[in-house]
Design a protein around this ligand. Structure first.
Ligand code: PXL
Length: 266
């Protein structure tokens, strides 16, 4: 019997991040993936690949969620980019209509190149309306700084402190992603289960951020949870999968490279 994983996230038109990445990851990890699109990000090649952002109308988001949840008995969902407080309202309403075994919240506040200021109203709405549904939160360095209220995260110790503070906000598990930006030779992620901290390590691959790495980690974690694996085991497997996808990265005309999950097939 196949396991199902559901994602509610934004489309990223170049295929490197967002729902495209989530669904590719689900597929590579042998779960049936289905998704609800919350917004459409189309980088602008005429303007330094800056962000063009179009929210999907809230009623259309509700329709997609209605279709997905009526079609199958879904119990594990990943939440990616929502983008606006109105979108957050409609997604929170939809999530509240059933119970979930896991809601994995990747608290995407802004994506590469966006102004941090754009994140403030989204941050507050995510905290108030989506976080209470989440069983797992997977912040990157910027998101962990904002959610924990810390001034900065510069060391592994800081990342551990941030994960603990975010755990106090309610989710059962936190997987805080240090990524390439946390200083050191290793890509460090911190897993916190409310009692214990486990630091997950892998050698850093390159020194530049790769588009879709964070989305892939959270999506792989979601897929492994959908298969019934315990959260720490799911996080470890997700990290191995993500390191492989970063190794398989592709370059085009964009100023950054993009992960490719297909490399895992060998
Ligand atoms: O990588 C974060 C992210 C998530 N979702 C969408 C995005 C991005 C970054 O570009 O566009 C839709």
């Amino acid at each position: 019997m196949v396991d199902f994983a559901y994602v509610i996230a934004g489309s990223e038109a170049t295929g490197g991040a967002g729902i495209q990445t989530d669904l590719k990851t689900f597929h590579e990890l042998s779960v049936f993936g289905l998704g609800t699109i919350t917004c459409i990000v189309s980088f602008d090649p005429k303007a330094d690949w800056g962000h063009r952002f179009a929210p999907v109308e809230p009623g259309v988001i509700a329709d997609q969620m209605e279709a997905a949840t009526a079609a199958y008995d879904l119990d594990v969902v990943k939440i990616g980019m929502l983008g606006t407080p109105k979108t957050i309202d409609v997604v929170a309403d939809g999530l509240g209509k059933q119970s979930w075994r896991h809601v994995v919240l990747d608290p995407v506040l802004i994506c590469k190149g966006q102004e941090p200021g754009a994140a403030l109203d989204t941050d507050q709405a995510l905290r108030d309306k989506i976080l209470p549904h989440a069983s797992v939160v997977t912040p990157n360095l910027f998101e962990a700084t904002v959610l924990s209220g810390m001034e900065s995260i510069e060391t592994e110790g800081d990342l551990i402190e941030a994960a603990k503070r975010i755990g106090e906000l309610g989710p059962r598990y936190v997987l805080a992603k240090g990524g390439v930006e946390l200083p050191g030779d290793e890509a460090v992620d911190v897993f916190f289960d409310g009692d214990d901290v486990t630091v997950l390590r892998a050698p850093k691959i390159g020194t530049e951020r790769v588009s879709g790495a964070g989305c892939t980690l959270a999506a792989a974690l979601t897929a492994e949870l959908a298969k019934g694996r315990p959260a720490l085991d799911a996080a470890r497997r997700a990290k191995v999968f993500t390191s492989a996808a970063i190794t398989g990265r592709v370059g085009g005309h964009l100023p950054f490279e993009a992960v490719w999950q297909g490399i895992a097939r060998g």
